[in-house]
Design a protein. Structure first.
Lengths: 283, 283
């Protein structure tokens, strides 16, 4: 087992297995070829050619979103999209641009549109080194049940920014009060591109660090996390190297934390694999 | 002007303009097509085909290095390599592997072999924020004369590790005593791939941070830096966005520092361009 295996697991994208999905001249997603075939009948919404697909639904953001929703409804019936999540994400060619449409979170990987999230490393400096708060995901989570997770992590819903989402998720997931989450420092983003059962996960995680006081203990409010543990960062890193106990992309966020805080020694044989493996250039 | 322009300048590599250089089954460099043509006559050292080149010199590391040196001698005479630098770099398929040969630093971009360096961010926390020590390169430097540079930066010569090089360069370039450089924390690596006049620069910079005491003042010993200034990190970042005062790759190291220390706000329109632009995956 290795750090590189964790990084590869999140970057198993194979360009030959997909076609680009365009809105006008801009690519907005990656469609796995079988998913493209499944979209072909919906001619008023998508035009599917052998090497490219295009969103052709007419109208404003609401109209296009409604047209895509009808397609998603059919995809859910066919079990190509697992289920409606009733959380809506914006779809745009780039972060910060006006959305082309909005889509249910459950269908995001089917279309291979970029999904944005926030991730918060909550740490404490003790006499014996840095410790991190780690949560265990509930057994009924569809994605990565029972896996270890970061203190706070969540997708950025339609109309929200990274900062808003951090405050909201910090409260719901870990009971972090506003005055503590206000101390969180944005320290970069982890980016990856992976194929999963549904399609393509084009993931961008805005990463924050927050140093927490010794008397802070997280408590979950929304049932998504069943327990929290304060673990030595070095033990977490070894666990990442030797097990797949952590949610797939949380491995990357933890490795990024370890690297930035000098917890991976420069003579680790995987030093450069980690340093060059967490921030795929975005197109 | 933009951060993205600085990142693009260091990542202007165009795969169609080069052919891979192999040693056995492993790629060790990228040869620009005109450079490949120039190597074609040296049949006992390189075999040049239309879409690939191969190192064919026989013998151990010393023998191959001597054969390549004869080629470099001819390249210097032809002005394809600017000059002998009399510093020798190891060439291996990957960092940490045994070298295939050693080559003079001046010829490294001609062959497009990966070049490793160290870069040290020396900072101070003042009441008004983080300040960084910045040097100005001497006017007679071949590469980036007069440009602003980091406190310490240097190539990793044959037989040296990153840590050794840091200690050596910290002493020569900035007069940093051993007990201070020992506090430096490895915080990752910046990676980029650019074409320059000579060929391809496949750059890997091991990045270190060191917090320096208020009474520390750097002084150069080797004539490579003419002056040092302690500048507010925020002013450096704006200067990087709006000027090309800094050496090309130092822009990337400074942006990495700024990002890790929370000095680029999450709502900066270029936040993701920076976060995903400094760590090209290595093959």
């Amino acid at each position: 087992m290795s750090f590189a295996a964790r990084i590869r697991a999140c970057n198993n994208f194979d360009r030959t297995r997909v076609i680009p999905l365009y809105a006008g001249a801009r690519r907005i997603g990656w469609l796995r070829r079988d998913n493209a075939v499944a979209l072909a009948p919906f001619r008023r919404v998508f035009r599917i050619d052998s090497e490219r697909a295009e969103l052709v639904a007419d109208g404003d953001v609401d109209a296009v979103s409604a047209a895509v929703d009808e397609v998603v409804d059919a995809l859910v019936r066919d079990n190509r999209v697992p289920k409606w999540r009733y959380e809506v994400f914006d779809v745009a060619p780039r972060w910060g641009e006006a959305p082309v449409f909005r889509v249910d979170r459950g269908a995001v990987p089917f279309f291979g549109v970029r999904a944005y999230g926030v991730d918060l490393n909550g740490y404490r400096r003790d006499s014996d080194g840095i410790k991190l708060w780690v949560g265990r995901r509930a057994a009924d989570k569809r994605l990565a049940p029972n896996k270890l997770d970061n203190l706070v992590g969540g997708g950025i819903g339609s109309g929200y920014g990274a900062g808003d989402t951090l405050v909201k998720e910090a409260d719901e997931e870990a009971g972090i009060p506003t005055h503590l989450v206000a101390r969180a420092v944005p320290v970069g983003a982890v980016t990856y591109l992976m194929e999963n059962e549904v399609g393509i996960r084009d993931g961008v995680l805005f990463v924050y660090d927050v140093e927490l006081p010794a008397d802070f203990v997280p408590h979950n409010r929304d049932g998504e996390v069943v327990e929290f543990h304060l673990l030595p960062a070095r033990a977490i890193i070894e666990r990442i190297r030797t097990t797949d106990d952590f949610k797939f992309d949380v491995n990357l966020v933890m490795l990024d934390f370890a690297l930035r805080h000098g917890l991976i020694p420069i003579d680790d044989p995987e030093y450069l694999a980690v340093a060059s493996g967490l921030h795929r250039p975005l197109d």
